[in-house]
Design a protein around this ligand. Sequence first.
Ligand code: GN1
Ligand code: MG
Length: 372
Amino acid sequence: MQILDNIPALVSNFNCHVDADSLKIFGSGHINDTYFLKNLDTSDSDFLLQRINHHVFKNVEKLTDNMCLVIEHLKDKIKKTNEGDPDKEVMTLIPCRNKKYYYKDEHGDYWRMCYFLKNTKSYDVVETEKQAYEGGKAFGKFQKMLSDLPAGLMYEVIPNFHNIEFRLANLKTAVHNNLSGRAEHVKTELQFINEHAGSMLYFQKPEQQKVLPRRVIHNDTKFNNVLLDLNDEAQCVIDLDTVMDGYVAFDFGDAIRTIINTEAEDEEDLSKIKLNFHLFDAYTKGYLKEANSFLTESEVNSLIMGVLLLPYMQAVRFLEDYINGDQYFKVKFDTHNLQRTRAQLQLFKMLNTHVEVLKSTIQNERKAYKKN
Ligand code: GN1
Ligand code: MG
């Protein structure tokens, strides 16, 4: 990621007073570029500056409309319940001089700024049950607060984002085009993916689509997208780029993908990858504490399918990108997307052999809350 030299000119388009010399690269996102900047007014909050990847997010205007809608809705909810601080629990975008919440520069790059929430932490790998539980509460509450928004209201920022049929078709096209010449080296991975494709179509089936409500969900619930405070208590869900319609199980599955795995998403040594069931239990407990009141029985039953689907789909997406020559996800080395693919497939394999125990944990937690 490049360090920027035009900061003063760039940030002068936003309504804020920035110490341009304080610029630092921030975070570990695979798509956008994020930078930290200090506030000239040291008594006020610092900032995050983001370059929005407009090859991925093709309509930044509509993406920003989505974000503003969600932010306003969440802040309103928190204000009405009088239980918390909307400025700490929901991100706050900084308007530009032209009143929009993004700025397009002379190179065609899109930028936005928000306040940096101080005294918060995010984790790439979860360490304790408390963190997992609090993360579950945060994402559960996030879905609950959005559950009164009607399906169809949000702009579909990335069409077919969690449609596995579409993702598999893209993988097939990538293999056919073989832009990088890498398709020959990934036959084992492709064969494994094909063998399991049939069982991954649960959410595409008409009988499921009939009973599962489409809701406004986060769509990118990896654990580092929840900020915990210094006591490891849930504070704020971040990265609202992909908030749009979907099934609640997608959010549950994507969070579990990053929580139950004892290793990072791109672990090279597959033998190290283990499942941490305690963290799974804790996340499920936290999630259902918040979400239990609005979830239907079919949705609860579908959660386990999200747990299997999300690592599988992530592997399909990483592999497609590897074969396409790394056009979508940022990579640190040549085989990074392949390494990510293998780690996600390993996780998927392990989850597959423990479906029953995971299922019964979900059902037991559901029952426990029903009694209360
Ligand atoms: C991307 O940029 P980041 O890390 O928030 C991706 C997610 C993937 C994730 C995998 C818009 O998210 O869908 O799950 O990488 N975001 C987009 O780590 O494709
Ligand atoms: Mg993201």
